[in-house]
Design a protein around this ligand. Structure first.
Ligand code: PEP
Length: 252
């Protein structure tokens, strides 16, 4: 039984005051039904994690980082360690987001180190994969995603895999207003689950949550969430507005 997870990636948006205002607005929009049979996760920028942790305390909404270093501590100027994310109250961390891969040049091997370290430290990775437009056009969408899974999850045991959340985010759909059709998204999610079953066994594959990300909005969330292998959403732009994100959380 997979509990849907609706996750917000605020990226590099919101000062501390703005973060407080957005969380206040979101809490105002949610009621008991918003928490019924679903989990909610917020991933604000690092500077807002502490205040967000205080505000979210006791609400049932989880907190996550948007990235982390591949080391527990050390001379890594500008980086944030998994222990620091835990210290501030995070349970989750997004790893392998397309902006980390394609803007900051993170490669599968580095992402794999981060995934394993997050698990060792007790953080739940939201491990993001997705093909570029040219790869989809060339008929290589599925093989690209499977390669990212195979390298990014190398060395992750079946036991650990039960804790991992996968986010399928086609690069061409992130922040563009383009969304994969529910059918195309479902087909990729089913392929991911099939690969998980082959690697880790059916029962692990059945338990792993696979989120869809890429221009999820109030007007398309219901049809995406109706697909059998879509277990939630990773939401960028639409999570910056309390009303929009609350509507996505309250998907039908
Ligand atoms: C994201 O940042 O993970 C994302 C999916 O962004 P957007 O919803 O804006 O496409």
């Amino acid at each position: 039984m997979r509990t849907p997870l609706i996750a917000a990636n605020w990226k590099m948006h919101k000062t501390i005051d703005e973060a407080i205002e957005l969380i206040d607005g979101l809490l105002d929009q949610l009621d008991d039904d918003s928490f019924d049979g679903r989990e909610i996760l917020l991933c604000p920028p690092a500077t807002a994690l502490l205040v967000a942790a205080e505000q979210l305390d006791g609400t049932g909404i989880a907190l996550g980082g948007q990235n982390m270093a591949a080391a527990r501590e050390g001379a890594f100027t500008g980086e944030i360690s998994p222990l620091m994310l835990l210290d501030v109250g995070c349970d989750f961390v997004i790893l392998g987001h397309s902006e980390r891969r394609h803007v900051f040049g993170e490669e599968d091997a580095l992402i794999n180190k981060k995934v394993k370290l997050a698990l060792e430290c007790g953080l739940i990775p939201v491990f993001a994969v997705g093909e570029k437009l040219e790869q989809r056009k060339a008929g290589a969408a599925e093989s690209t995603v499977i390669d990212q899974l195979a390298t990014g999850l190398d060395g992750v045991s079946a036991n650990e895999m039960a804790d991992v959340v996968i986010a399928y985010e086609p690069v061409w759909a992130i922040g563009t207003g383009e969304t994969a059709s529910p059918q195309d998204a479902q087909a990729m999610h089913a392929a991911i689950r099939g690969w998980l079953a082959a690697q880790y066994g059916e029962s692990v594959a059945e338990d792993v949550r696979i989120l869809y990300g890429g221009s999820v909005k109030p007007n398309n969330v219901d049809e995406l969430m109706a697909e059998p292998d879509i277990d939630g959403a990773l939401v960028g732009g639409a999570s910056l507005d309390a009303e929009s994100f609350a509507r996505i959380i309250n998907f039908a």
